[in-house]
Each structure stands twice: as C-alpha cells, then as structure tokens.
Write a protein that binds this ligand. Structure first.
Ligand code: SF4
Length: 352
C-alpha cells in the first residue's frame, strides 16, 4: 500500500488567546506549546500538556503556509471577479480544490483574520518570551516581512521571564515587532502569590512589569478579582493596587476568579478550605482595589467573567477592550460599582 502524501497545510494553532485578540480576529501563531511553568493553582489551561519550544524553522514554515493560503485565496478571488477581496465564495472554491483544508483547524481562523484586514497577530502559547531572544527575533522579523499589513503583534509573557531577560534583549524583541505583552499578574499580595504557586512575588511582578514598560512594550496586566476568597480579599485588593501603581501599565484587565474543575483551588473550594466571595463582596473588593489605584492605565473588564449587572439588567461594566481611562474615568468606575451594589446580583460560574 502506498503511503499517504503529507498534508500541504499542517500549521499549528493553540487553544488559548486573550479576549482582545479574539475580538480583533488576530492571526494565532503558535511558537511554543503549552506552559513552561504550569503550576498555578487556579489554572486548568495546560495542566495535562507538556511544554515544548518549537524550532524557529518550523514556525517560519507555518508562516509560509499561511501566506500560501492567503495568496491562493486572493488569486481565486481575482479569477471569480471579486478583485482580490477575501470572500466566502473564494474560500469555498479553495476548500473544493484543496479538500484537506476542510479538516485544518486553522483555516477558519486565517479566513476570519484576512476578512478583518489582517491587522493583528498573537503569538501562542503561555509564555513566548521564554524562547531564546535571537530565535524570537528571527520569527518576528519573518512574520512582519511576510505580512506587512500587521499593525499589532502581541503575546502572553510571565513577569519572571521578562525580569530575567536583559533590557537590550527585550528592546531587540520589541524592535523586531512584538508590540504588546499580556502578563498574568493575578494578585500583588505576596502571601496569596505563594499560596497559588504563581512562581513570582510582588517584587518580581514589579520588576518584570517595569522592565517591559522600559523596553517599550504596551503592557497589559491581568488581575483576578475574588482570588483571595473571604480570607484575603482586603490584602488582595490593596496589594494588587500597590503593585499596579508601581508599574502603571497601559492596561489593567479584570479576569475574575472562578474555581476551574481539575485545579487544586477547585479542590480547596469543594472541601471548604477556600470560601468564595459573594457577588456583593466581589464588588466591595473591586471598590477597594479601584479606590487605591493611582495609575494612568486603561482599566478593562473585557473578560466574560465580569458578570455583574446594572440596574437595568445589562452588564455593569463595558466589556470594551480599551476600557476606562484612569484617572479621568475612575469616578465613573466607582459610581458603577455603587450602582452594582444596589442590585441583587446572581453568582455566575464560568469555567476559565
Ligand atoms: S496561569 Fe499562566 S503561568 Fe500559570 S500555569 Fe496557567 S498558563 Fe502557566
């Protein structure tokens, strides 16, 4: 029996990306697999998966495959009389001529990305900066050269990894075309950072965040309302604000904590060793944290887990990716929290 021919398109796509990269239909380019740390007690994302660095030649091969799909779609579009526009008809024609693309998990992502103008890209998975600097620079340069329409490239990064890189290396990565880093701060409270096994303390978070700012990245810090539960909510709120005040990042994004099945924190919750805040207590924590924030950041509630309702039954906070500009809109956010406190809030459990 003759061997099956190798698929022409076998570029990889990971599972996770921040909400803002979904909304802008980013190109998802997987440069590493899974998470090199993988110990955070609230996180279920890569728990059963092993971390791997992908060889730069393989990643550049993925970029070339995606470019090939783009060129084919444009050629077909011209032939069908759509003037090079990426249309549904062109996509169907390509799927008919290359049936293997029907089974390629990345084809729809590439199609959506092209349809939305091919403007943004996100490097997966959990901590791209762990890659050797010259390799990451090489990949970024190839990506930027291949897709000149890109005006924003972003990635997840751990504070500790950023802190460990030399400033010149971070600047080289920035220069090569990485615009924004999304950092999982979660909390600025040292006790809680230890409990959740984040692998970094508040000083490390500040060092990493400041270094990313100094290298010229747009810095997006995620924190987790509710992560301290009933036992530590005040320390969590105050110390998170303290750390964020030191960094003063471009974005502060709220990703509320919910116990995800299969995680150690879920077990603690199930056994009563971790007590969740009620929705009202959640809002009181938010109020304390926001009151203590002295930043010039955009404060965002763009994750679906920000469930609180306003008095009309709609969402309390805008889930826009640009959020509320502080300090100008801080009174507005505090006013919204007060409104939320007058409403009977129903707890909503989402798997993160
Ligand atoms: S939260 Fe981020 S760093 Fe922690 S285990 Fe999950 S993916 Fe890794």
């Amino acid at each position: 029996m003759s061997a099956q021919p190798a698929p022409k398109y076998d570029f990889e796509v990971g599972v996770y990306r921040p909400p803002s990269e979904g909304g802008s239909a980013s190109l998802l380019l997987r440069i590493t697999r899974n998470c090199p740390w993988n110990r955070c007690e609230f996180c279920a994302m890569y728990k059963t998966e092993k971390f791997e660095l992908r060889p730069p030649a393989e990643v550049k091969g993925d970029i070339d495959q995606i470019a090939d799909i783009c060129n084919n779609l444009k050629d077909i579009s011209w032939k069908l009389g759509y003037g090079g526009d990426i249309t549904r008809e062109a996509a169907i024609e390509l799927l008919n001529s290359v049936p293997e693309l029907n089974y390629n998990q990345g084809f729809v992502m590439v199609y959506n990305w092209l349809q939305s103008g091919a403007k943004t890209a996100f490097l997966q998975d959990a901590n791209s900066l762990i890659m050797k600097t010259d390799q990451l620079v090489d990949i970024l340069q190839h990506l930027r050269k291949t897709f000149p329409t890109l005006n924003r490239v972003t990635s997840y990064a751990r504070s500790k990894t950023i802190a460990q890189k030399k400033l010149d290396e971070l600047k080289a990565i920035r220069e090569a075309g990485l615009d924004r880093v999304h950092i999982g701060l979660e909390t600025g409270d040292d006790e809680l950072l230890k409990e959740i096994k984040k692998g970094v303390n508040s000083e490390g978070h500040i060092k990493g965040g400041k270094k990313a700012m100094a290298a010229g990245f747009q810095v997006s810090e995620y924190w987790m309302p509710g992560l301290g539960g009933k036992a530590r909510w005040q320390d969590h709120a105050r110390n998170t604000a303290r750390v964020l005040n030191e960094i003063d990042p471009h974005y502060i994004r709220s990703r509320p904590f919910f116990p995800a099945a299969g995680t150690p924190l879920h077990e603690k919750y199930e056994s009563g060793r971790f007590i969740m805040l009620s929705p009202e207590e959640h809002l009181l924590e938010l109020k304390l944290m926001m009151a203590e924030l002295n930043v010039t950041s955009k404060v965002c509630f763009d994750h679906a887990g920000n469930y609180w309702q306003n008095r009309n039954g709609g969402l309390l906070f805008s889930q826009g990716y640009e959020g509320y500009k502080f300090p100008e809109e801080k009174p507005r956010v505090l006013q919204l929290i007060e409104e939320g406190l007058t409403v009977r809030q129903e707890p909503v459990f989402l798997r993160l």
